[in-house]
Design a protein. Structure first.
Length: 300
């Protein structure tokens, strides 16, 4: 039944290969747990206590609450599928809640840090062209690391100065690209040497293979460790930085939502929280009641 479910989300729901792989891993981990603790290979007809025991074991193993919730989400989707097929009458996940946690604050890189990266690292020849393009493409487009790895050669349109990105749920979106970045793209194409199986991917590694997400993470972390003391130096922080900087520059949030590939506006509004202090400062300097506003703040 697990294989049938995976086929359903891949073919009918059209989930990305990366998402399907995650579901497969989560369900496989749960199947192994059931076999080990219940001496059964039946993951369909189980009691909710088994799932709660699974949560306890995951917690004791040191897995983060975010990762545990992802596994619970996979199980929830699986049992909803079983309900639709009539295999079960009630889902064992029905009364199992996700773990509550406070997400870590994602602090974007400042414009000064991005400039420092360009001046102190890139222009001094400390990075390869591929490394430079990984960082600049993530920063200038806001795409996810998985989207960068899967960017197709035919989806880079030099004449229109744009790239076509396939995001979550196989949803496509078009993102404009600067002339400077396109120039670097062209230079990269002259030295790019993909093997026969990976010719259709735009970015390839030294062996001619499609870039791996771990490689992209290591590149970003390596170079930003030279210019910032921030603990979080991941590709996702670059995505966060893109959204924060374009919003600071006056871009409409609805347009940023489209560029980011968010299905709802709430996901994009997260990136405005970092601007609260700037908004307070702007209000204090520009609003007709600025003096009163400042005085009230000083009294607190």
């Amino acid at each position: 039944m697990i294989e049938r479910f995976l086929e359903y989300i891949e073919v009918e729901k059209r989930y990305s290969p990366h998402t399907v792989t995650n579901y497969k891993k989560d369900l496989s981990d749960f199947s192994d747990f059931v076999l080990r603790t219940e001496a059964s290979d039946d993951v369909i007809h189980i009691h909710k206590k088994v799932i709660k025991n699974f949560i306890v074991e995951l917690s004791q193993s040191g897995l983060s609450k975010r990762s545990i919730n992802r596994k619970l989400s996979s199980l929830r989707s699986f049992y909803l599928f079983m309900l639709r097929l009539g295999e079960i009458k009630t889902s064992p996940m029905e009364t199992v809640d996700s773990l509550k946690f406070y997400p870590e604050k994602r602090i974007p890189f400042s414009e000064e840090e991005m400039d420092m990266m360009k001046c102190e690292v890139e222009e001094k020849g400390q990075m390869t062209l591929l490394d430079k393009l990984i960082i600049e493409t993530l920063y200038q487009t806001g795409i996810r690391k998985s989207e960068l790895c899967n960017l197709l050669l035919n989806n880079v349109d030099f004449s229109k100065k744009e790239i076509l990105v396939i995001g979550k749920g196989n949803k496509a979106r078009v993102i404009p690209v600067s002339g400077e970045l396109l120039s670097d793209f062209q230079t990269y194409l002259d030295i790019r040497q993909p093997d026969s199986e990976n010719q259709h991917y735009f970015f390839v590694n030294k062996k001619g293979k499609k870039l791996g997400e771990k490689f992209v993470y290591l590149v970003v972390n390596k170079y930003f460790s030279l210019v910032t003391s921030k603990q979080k130096r991941s590709p996702h922080i670059l995505r966060h930085t893109f959204a924060t900087h374009v919003l600071n520059g006056g871009a409409e949030i609805s347009k940023v939502q489209k560029l980011m590939g968010h299905s709802n506006l709430a996901s994009t509004q997260v990136y405005t929280s970092a601007n609260i202090e700037q908004l307070k400062k702007a209000f204090g300097n520009a609003h007709p009641r600025a003096t009163k506003f400042k005085n009230n703040n000083n009294m607190e």
